[in-house]
Ligand binder design. Structure first.
Ligand code: NDP
Ligand code: HSE
Length: 436
């Protein structure tokens, strides 16, 4: 059978890994796809660099749009990253009737609604397994394997860089900056690593998962996004003492009033499997009403794991290329004319549990004042830890864990406690999920 002809755009970590694995496993992939999958052209702005991976038999061009328009090409693999030129090239390829495989979650989270509409109009596939959780086939699991379920919530460690940083800081006592440099050298981090450490990359990914899980439009702009840069070593320590690990979680949860969509550092009971996911590994917990909780685990970044996902998409294209477009799996799992209108909830309306760290005077009555404010705001305490004041200090750290409550109540309580003369500085707020 005639090969599926690929135009590969960008040949960095993901593009290079894809080229390598396609070459290395060509025979096995062809037996599964029913036809060979062959890169016939590569677009790269630096040919010398591309030639470290691409043999002389495959042409390399700096003209990305020419690949998108090339009549010989069936599918483009976009592994450039960012918005431009990636978006223009993808739309041009779609306009020329080409299928698209992309690892670019930033582009999909921000412009996916437009890209999928263009692809639907042309009857072409846009596949993006690599965009979320690297090598874990979570898109396929949610879009196909779990279709019988009403999804209740998703909670995932979906950024390898931050999980690697938190693991190395906790396990080896290394500094944040040193670990970030290592993550960059290993090819895990985004071109702009602030996307990783400030939670933006995880925000892109959870927005994609939420759209597929709940049948809502891609809504990254409504997600709450908070990274790990403010996490202090003592919070990691205190959390451990109370039986918890801190992980950067992407969370999407269906509530009666709408959808919670949030990324933030989260305390998780240390006994949960997901709390023990370390290094660049990712894991996604999905709770469906019929199946219960299912957990997906694997490498969330890096050349080979991401190539595994990109090539899975290419094999899907090879198998479906001759099928009628109306028989294909919808891009975001739900039929496009059945997309829901549930609102994304503001953080004030989110319901979860909290870790609060306060610095207070070590004297009688202080704790009573604090608990009174919490009770006035309908916040129930689940656990408490009081640390001895350091030698020569008159103040101590108190850590409170709350039961589930509404975030606006917690914010109101924090403002009232911070106003008390016995409390100094800002109260540290982290969220806690039991994931039971
Ligand atoms: P790299 O930086 O390693 O590679 C990007 C490639 O695209 C390079 O060849 C680069 O050229 C080229 N490129 C980037 N910007 C431009 C531009 N403006 N014009 C022309 N060429 C450009 O990135 P990754 O491979 O890590 O990431 C690619 C995509 O895959 C991103 O969307 C990323 O989010 C996603 N992804 C990455 C994963 C990973 O583990 N790294 C995992 C999952 C998804 P040059 O070499 O000249 O800079
Ligand atoms: N920068 C991303 C991460 C790459 O660290 O998870 C994989 O999407």
């Amino acid at each position: 059978m005639k090969p599926l002809r690929i135009g590969l755009l960008g040949i960095g970590t993901v593009g290079g890994g894809t080229f390598d694995v396609l070459t290395r496993n060509a025979e096995e992939i062809s037996r599964r796809a029913g036809r060979p999958i062959t890169v016939i052209k590569v677009a790269a702005r630096n040919e010398a660099k591309a030639r470290r991976v691409v043999p002389a038999s495959v042409p390399v061009t700096p003209d990305f749009l020419s690949v998108a328009r090339d009549a010989e090409i069936d599918v483009i693999v976009e592994s450039l990253g960012g918005t431009e030129p990636a978006k223009s090239v993808i739309l041009e390829a779609i306009a020329h009737g080409k299928h698209v495989v992309t690892a670019n979650k930033a582009l999909l989270a921000l412009h996916g609604n437009e890209i999928f509409a263009a692809a639907r109009a042309k009857g072409v596939i846009v596949a993006f397994e690599a965009a979320v959780a690297g090598g874990i086939p979570i898109i396929k699991a949610l879009r196909e394997g779990l279709v019988a379920n009403r999804i209740e919530w998703i909670a995932g460690i979906i950024n390898g860089t931050t999980n690697f940083i938190l693991s190395e800081m906790r396990g080896k006592g290394l500094s944040f900056a040193d670990v970030l440099t290592t993550a960059q050298a290993k090819g895990y981090a985004e071109a702009d690593p602030t996307f990783d450490i400030e939670g933006v990359d995880a925000g892109h990914k959870i927005s994609i998962l939420a759209a597929i899980a709940f049948g809502i439009p891609l809504s990254f702009e409504k997600a709450h996004v908070e990274g790990i840069t403010k996490i202090e070593a003592k919070d990691i320590r205190y959390a451990e003492e109370m039986g918890y690990r801190i992980k950067l979680l992407g969370i999407a949860r269906r509530r009666e009033a709408g959808i919670e969509l949030r990324v933030h550092p989260t305390l998780i009971p240390a006994k949960r499997l997901i709390a023990n996911v370390e290094g660049v590994m990712n894991a996604v917990l999905v709770k469906g009403d019929a199946v219960g909780a299912t957990l997906y685990y694997g490498a969330g970044a890096g050349a080979n794991p991401t190539a595994s996902a990109v090539i899975a998409d290419l094999v899907d294209v090879a198998r479906l290329i001759d099928a009628d477009a109306s028989h294909r799996v919808p891009y975001l799992a739900f039929q496009h004319d059945r997309i829901g209108t549930e609102p994304v909830l503001s953080m004030d309306d989110v319901e979860t549990s909290y870790y609060l760290r306060l610095r207070v005077d070590d004297k009688p009555g202080v704790l009573a004042d604090i608990t009174r404010v919490l009770a006035d705001n309908h916040i129930s305490i689940d656990a408490m830890l009081q640390k001895e004041p350091e030698e020569g200090e008159a103040q101590a750290d108190i850590i409170l864990l709350t039961h589930e409550t509404i975030e606006k109540n917690v914010k109101r309580a924090i403002a009232a406690i911070e106003a008390q003369a016995s409390t100094s500085g800002k109260i540290v707020l982290l969220r806690l999920e039991n994931l039971a």
